[in-house]
Design a protein around this ligand. Structure first.
Ligand code: ATP
Length: 256
């Protein structure tokens, strides 16, 4: 079963080609990592796949519906935690979830029940009446995740969900996501932290310079390399680059 089907996806920003003809079939019920170096096109790809950015060319289907021809069908079935998430900051965490739930068409009592449980599990119950504007980075990620999960989507897209999140909160988020995929849902998340991807994902796509360099199960993408990090460095062409060789002025022995 395929949850996301991408064909010949392109996006240019002026002269810059951000996504250069991506074809991808993401399996259902898996924990999927989209990895790539800075500027590889991960955010641009996720934005087009989730209906936030119109592609120049190509098509995207999510759970059998075309994202751009059938946006309402798709948006009802997905949850998104975008990069640089903009939240309604003058609401409290609890109010934000109430608002998100009602926007999704859930009955009030059900929203209340789910919101209370999510706030509890994500360790936000103590901050539920605080305004989101006063939340820390990690708390914002967690409340954004709660809002994305509230309607129990079939596919959850997360752009860098662990960035700026402390180890305790990361462990909590991880637990929630593992439980969610175990029930048959699909998580697609972008990251450049290979250890995290290696420990969480069963399926990986490697993106560099707007193109897919490798995709498949973790074992397939890792191949004979000792770690995903090593395989990644080989795939994106950073192997053996001596980053310090030109910086001969840097350090103790050089003239200041
Ligand atoms: P990172 O890991 O650093 O977040 P990324 O893989 O998410 O990177 P993107 O943000 O998708 O990469 O960017 C891909 C390329 O497209 C980059 O070269 C970036 O400068 C360019 N780009 C992205 N958005 C825009 C925009 N709105 N206008 C101009 N260029 C853009």
């Amino acid at each position: 079963m395929t949850s996301v089907r991408v064909r010949n996806l392109w996006k240019r920003f002026g002269q810059q080609v951000a996504v250069a003809g991506i074809d991808l079939d993401l399996p259902s019920g898996k924990f999927i990592g989209l990895v790539g170096p800075n500027g590889a096109g991960k955010t641009t790809t996720l934005s087009m796949v989730t209906g936030l950015l119109r592609p120049d060319q190509g098509s995207v289907e999510v759970v059998g519906h075309d994202v751009w021809r059938d946006p309402v069908e798709v948006k009802a079935r997905i949850g998104v935690l975008p990069e640089g998430l903009r939240l309604f900051e003058r609401l409290s965490g609890r109010e934000l979830l109430a608002y998100s739930g009602r926007l999704r068409g859930l009955p009030g009592a059900e929203v209340d029940k789910r919101a209370a449980q999510l706030l509890d599990v994500l360790d936000l119950a103590g901050a539920q009446h605080k305004l989101v504007v006063d939340y820390s980075t990690g708390m914002r990620k967690k409340i954004g995740l709660a809002a994305a999960l509230l309607h129990n989507p079939e596919v959850l897209f997360l752009d860098e969900p662990f960035e700026g999140v402390d180890p305790v909160s990361a462990q909590i988020i991880r637990g929630v996501l593992e439980r969610y995929t175990a029930s048959g849902a699909t998580v697609v998340f972008s990251s450049h932290v290979m250890e995290l991807v290696e420990s969480l994902c069963d399926w990986v796509a490697v993106l560099a310079a707007g193109r897919i360099r490798a995709h498949g199960t973790l074992a397939e993408v890792r191949g004979p390399a000792p770690s995903l990090q090593q395989a990644f460095l080989e795939l994106v062409g950073a192997q053996g680059r001596d980053a310090g060789s030109d910086l001969d002025w840097l350090g103790g022995g050089a003239a200041r």
